[in-house]
Write a protein of this length. Structure first.
Length: 209
């Protein structure tokens, strides 16, 4: 399955194939995208560090994922496939800081802040695209849709001549991302889950001299 890419409108990459279509999410896709992330991340080391209690996992992870979706969807940097069963939530370069905070207990917010404080120094200060969330609902796993949806953001970053960055706390994902063109550039472990920061650099244009 080899999806094709087009820019429509400028700055947006839409990929299509005979089997699926990748589109920009709208606010109407919020509920499905949130369900996808909550289901996909039920065993994710970062999400379970933030929300360790099984009794409150769904409630708190839903509130947090809504926050992540809401702060990005208006930027046009959330790509989905299969009606939101696969989603990639990106930050473009110099994304505006959200003025809202997720409505979560103080201890949960403290764990999220601690994680961010550990990982943030590993991210570059120069302009880059950042893949904040990549999730496939378990019902759609194994079809390589996640990699295709991720590719929409990577293609956009490279078209801008910029690198793409992500972080993962799942060691099995490191090999998957490396096979998709990413490389580990940092690792953090400061009381929370071990986190790998990875980059996918824009191809260097061949010299014309």
């Amino acid at each position: 399955m080899r999806p094709t890419a087009r820019r429509d409108p400028p700055g947006v990459v839409i990929e299509t194939s005979v089997e699926f279509e990748i589109t920009q999410a709208t606010p109407a896709d919020r509920d499905q995208v949130v369900r996808t992330v909550v289901a996909a991340f039920v065993a994710d080391p970062a999400y379970r560090y933030f929300f360790p209690d099984d009794d409150t996992y769904e409630q708190y992870s839903t509130a947090f994922t809504r926050y992540l979706f809401d702060k990005r969807v208006g930027l046009g940097t959330v790509w989905i496939a299969a009606g939101g069963a696969v989603a990639a939530l990106w930050d473009p370069p110099h994304a505006p800081q959200s003025t809202q905070a997720p409505e979560l207990p103080v201890d949960v917010l403290a764990r999220i802040a601690s994680y961010d404080a550990t990982v943030h120094p590993l991210l570059p200060t120069e302009p880059h695209w950042y893949l904040g969330v990549l999730a496939t609902h378990p019902d759609h796993a194994g079809r390589r849709l996640g990699r295709a949806v991720m590719g929409a953001g990577v293609t956009t970053a490279h078209a801008d001549g910029l690198p793409a960055y992500l972080e993962t706390t799942n060691p099995s994902n490191v090999d998957m991302y490396e096979k998709a063109g990413w490389n580990v550039v940092g690792q953090a472990d400061n009381g929370g889950p071990t986190t790998w920061v990875m980059v996918n650099r824009a191809p260097v244009a061949p010299s014309t001299t």
